[in-house]
Design a protein around this ligand. Structure first.
Ligand code: PEP
Ligand code: MG
Length: 589
């Protein structure tokens, strides 16, 4: 590799995908999209609707082709992008977006381009203005609408898309911005990394680049202007640093780190065949969280022993109505079959508060609650809508004939929520038996609860009399314990699962579960942090469920420790005065 002339310059952006990339800059610019709007006369309306339909059909065809191409990409990136393709394909159907565009053409007499631009922008703005704390989620949904509109607009105006086919081998791809569908067109083996001027950590593009294993720094301002074509660049996807025209010393240092990372990666991939146990032989169960069925191949490769949390919300997303019993049964059965005898923990629909499900909005209280996070959510909401809960439980019971299943309730705070649900479950079981001709498991599946409110943790001995297992949800448990909403910048500083108050609740729950003889797992984000694994073992948790990607590193951390050292660490952490002190303890390990 030749050093290009020019002074070394450093830039910083968001480190979105780890790893070092070294290579010559290759800028992939997007041709500008020009649109000329005009008003329609009455006789032009029908042909204009045909023109729109034609552009929608072309867009659908392109997305379908892109989806087919995904089969050639690594499985984790398929898992990220394939559902997104489905979201786009759904939006191209008789969605709210397309209905709005057609109405602007028919009644507003806008040409198709102007109608698409105005309607998509109005819908994106409306999404961003929705109440609720999930700002990143809203931004992502608004971006999806805008992205799809851009595709249709290019097809309406027959203006070309950006091409990624002629990237020089080993180049660093540089662009003003990159969309997820663009990322799907990149062959990861062809390039060394990605830098962009726009974009951040959240969003599908970042997740996609991580899944592709491509080192990437997004949102690095100034670097595109400063880089001559072919200039050598180093990007550090862990720190977000970009070095343009690196000195010999910078280049040598980066190459050494690249070699180290390759070695670590090889070691990690060997881990999937080794057991998850501490050096002194304590066995730990590692399971996967499943949010979308496309993640199944990744889970199969991760070395997970079953699914510890199936977030069933995905079945209710992007559709006009809730799926019926047969549809749900089919979806669960496919997942159970894919897990091939490993257990699948299905959490019934957790919706309400910031978890919005469009198809279910008619079920929400008419007057918005002032504090939705403290209002109707999860099992509280389901118990108020028996048909929804009963359809889901019936489908789970039917699917459970195909393999080991556990049923889990979200947002439980009192024992009555478990006993009421169990009565319903028994009633449905009897009803299915009467119905006849339906294959059923030999016994009722275990019924367990998420421990994600302080009340559930504090009442764990009582809940354990009625629940067959616990799963600690540290995402919500942290929020409710510290009364701090992670979505809001001011309280986000307080939101820290390492606060001793939260650790105490985890410890209590694990201790009570052990005393009651029921299994307890931890399935919040905390489970996926290898730096925290020893502490969680010390607090008494022996079963974790996390994103499949995280399993190898967590397994590595578990295999590096011993139980007495975990217990000693947990004792010190429980005595700490702050999350900062706990973090210092972890760093000292
Ligand atoms: C949790 O709250 O920790 C959890 C796993 O559930 P979710 O993130 O789906 O709310
Ligand atoms: Mg939760």
């Amino acid at each position: 590799m030749k050093l290009t002339k020019g002074k070394e310059q450093r830039f910083t952006g968001h480190p979105v995908s780890p790893g070092i990339g070294i290579g010559p800059v290759h800028e992939a610019t997007e041709p500008a999209l020009t649109i000329t709007a005009h008003a329609l006369d009455e006789p032009d309306i029908a042909p204009e609707l045909d023109r729109l339909d034609d552009a929608l059909a072309r867009s659908r065809h392109q997305l379908q082709k892109l989806k087919n191409r995904l089969a050639q990409l690594p499985e984790d990136s398929q898992a990220e992008i394939a559902p997104l393709m489905d979201v786009y394909l759904h939006m191209l159907g008789p969605s709210r977006l397309i209905r709005g565009v057609k109405s602007r053409i028919e009644t507003g007499r806008h040409c198709a381009e102007a109608a698409m631009q105005a309607e998509s922008e109005a819908q994106a703005e409306a999404i961003l203005a929705l109440p609720g704390p999930d700002r990143a989620g809203k931004q992502r949904r608004a971006d999806e609408v805008r992205e799809l509109a851009r595709r249709v607009l290019r097809n309406l105006t027959r203006q070309p898309f950006r091409s990624f086919t002629s990237l020089p081998q080993g180049a660093v791809l540089a662009a003003e911005s990159l969309r997820p569908a663009d990322a799907a067109l990149i062959q990861p083996a062809q390039i060394a990394g990605v830098i962009t001027a726009e974009g951040g950590i959240e969003g599908h593009t970042s997740v996609m680049l991580r899944a592709l294993g491509l080192p990437a720094v997004l949102g690095a301002e100034g670097v595109l202007e400063a880089a001559d074509p072919g200039a050598l660049v180093i990007l550090d996807g862990d720190s977000g640093e970009i070095i343009l025209n690196p000195s010999r010393a910078s280049l040598d240092a980066a190459r050494a780190r690249l070699a180290e990372q390759a070695k670590a990666k090889r070691a990690l991939s060997r881990l999937s065949r080794l057991p998850a146990e501490t050096r002194d032989g304590t066995h730990v169960e590692l399971q996967a969280n499943l949010e979308l069925p496309f993640e199944l191949p990744l889970i199969a490769r991760s070395g997970a022993h079953g699914i510890g949390l199936l977030r069933s919300e995905f079945m209710f997303m992007n559709r006009a109505e809730a799926p019926d019993e047969d549809t749900q049964t089919r979806i669960y059965r496919d997942i159970i079959d894919a897990m091939d005898g490993d257990p699948v923990t299905i959490r019934v629909l957790d919706w309400g508060s910031d978890k919005e499900v469009e198809a279910l909005s008619p079920y929400l209280p008419e007057t918005p609650e002032p504090n939705p996070a403290l209002g109707l959510r999860g099992i509280r909401l389901l118990l108020r809508h028996p048909p929804l809960l009963e359809t889901q439980l019936t489908a789970i019971l039917r699917a459970a004939a195909h393999g080991p299943v556990r049923i889990m309730l979200p947002m439980v705070s009192v024992a009555a929520e478990i006993t009421e649900t169990r009565e319903i479950l028994k009633k449905l079981w009897r009803r299915l038996k009467r119905r006849g001709g339906v294959a059923l498991p030999e016994a009722l599946p275990p019924l367990g609860v998420m421990v994600e409110t302080p009340a559930a943790a504090l009442a764990a001995p009582v809940l354990a009399r009625h629940a067959d297992f616990f799963a600690i949800g540290t995402n919500d448990l942290t929020m409710y314990t510290l009364a701090a909403d992670r979505g809001m910048p001011l309280s986000a500083q307080l939101y820290d699962p390492l606060e001793p108050a939260v650790l105490r609740l985890i410890h209590m729950t694990a201790t009570f579960a052990r005393a009651a003889g029921i299994p307890v797992s931890l399935c919040g984000e905390l489970a996926s942090r290898p730096q925290v694994s020893a502490l969680l073992l010390g607090l008494g948790v022996r079963q974790f469920s996390m994103h499949g990607n995280a399993i190898p590193r967590v397994k590595q951390a578990i295999r590096a420790t011993t139980l007495p050292s975990c217990v000693a660490l947990a004792e010190r952490a429980l005595g700490a005065e702050s999350a900062a002190q706990v973090r210092a303890l972890l760093e000292g390990e």
